[in-house]
Write a protein that binds this ligand. Structure first.
Ligand code: G1P
Length: 286
């Protein structure tokens, strides 16, 4: 029997330097894809997967992320008085206590950000969602992972084949046996140069992890880029606990990158019947 995954960590303390100047005063997770901020997509995906508690690991200048999911009291009162529908606000509604936040305080790496949530996670398995990886799938990527977790247990990372010259942007997997969409993980290395990469199977921003990783991350060992890497912490679980990479049926948009962000807007807008015709007309006219 595996314990259910009820909690998810959203590391959202990053500076978003690849998206400057937009992210100078605006958290990258609040950038809008069509009509909602990036963080909304990740929270919706987590909810669909049955997550009950969303843990935001934030930092300075990131308060708007927490405010966004709070009740917009003045806005609701003003809109109601003016007879306007409150429906557009519905996605940003959360239950009492559904969102909690902790501060990372110093940018010491993704592994460090995850470790900052250790007291909230306790001794339960947990999910991690990196909101800049916008995953479009039905069901969502995390739901597909949670379903696989029911039989695989242990640790699961979402994985995709990445271009051979891009391995230095990802955690890369040494693959073992593959059954269906799940591949046994025999090794993990953070951002290897193409000539050092054990495969082209890269980790994308969705994880289901066992709480033991927290103790390993707590040792504060530095890896690639001088940062405390989640990949290195996870690598130490291999051989001790089941560990799989799952290829999900979803399209990934790397919204931490300008082109990826624009493509995400286009892809999501093209899926919207109210927006599709105008965009198609515009693209056809180019
Ligand atoms: C992080 C992880 C990396 C993973 C990637 C997926 O890197 O460290 O292992 O492959 O997310 O998006 P980042 O993109 O934050 O540099």
């Amino acid at each position: 029997m595996t314990k259910p995954v009820r909690k998810a960590i959203f590391p959202v303390a990053g500076l978003g330097t690849r998206l400057l100047p937009a992210t100078k005063t605006m958290p990258k997770e609040m950038l809008t894809v069509v009509d909602r901020p990036l963080i909304q997509y990740a929270v919706d995906e987590a909810r669909e997967a049955g997550i009950e508690q969303m843990i935001f690991v934030t930092g300075r200048g990131k308060s708007s992320l927490v405010d966004y999911f709070d009740m917009g009291f003045e806005l609701e009162a003003t809109m109601s008085k003016a007879g306007k529908s409150l429906d557009p606000l519905a996605p940003a509604k959360t239950g009492f206590g559904e969102i909690v936040s902790v501060r990372q305080q110093q940018p010491l790496g993704l592994g460090h950000a995850i470790w900052c949530a250790r007291h909230i996670v306790g001794d339960e398995p947990f999910a991690v969602l990196l909101p800049d990886d916008l995953m479009v799938g039905q069901p969502g990527a995390l739901k597909q992972m949670v379903d696989a977790y029911a039989t695989l247990g242990g640790n699961i990372v979402c994985a995709q084949e990445v271009p051979a010259d891009k391995t230095a942007s990802y955690g890369i997997i040494t693959p073992g046996e593959t059954r269906g969409d799940a591949t046994e993980v025999r090794g993990l290395v953070e951002k290897p140069k193409p000539e050092d990469a054990p495969s082209r199977l890269g980790v994308v921003g969705r994880y289901i992890l066992q709480p033991e990783v927290m103790d390993i991350l707590g040792r504060g060992e530095k890896g690639a880029g001088g940062e405390i890497q989640l990949t290195d912490g996870m690598a130490k679980l291999i051989g001790r606990q089941p560990f799989h990479a799952l290829k999900v049926d979803a399209v990934r948009h790397d919204c931490g990158d300008k082109a990826g962000f624009v493509l995400a807007n286009l892809a999501i807008a093209l899926d919207r019947p109210d927006l599709r015709p105008m965009i198609e007309d515009y693209l056809a006219s180019r």
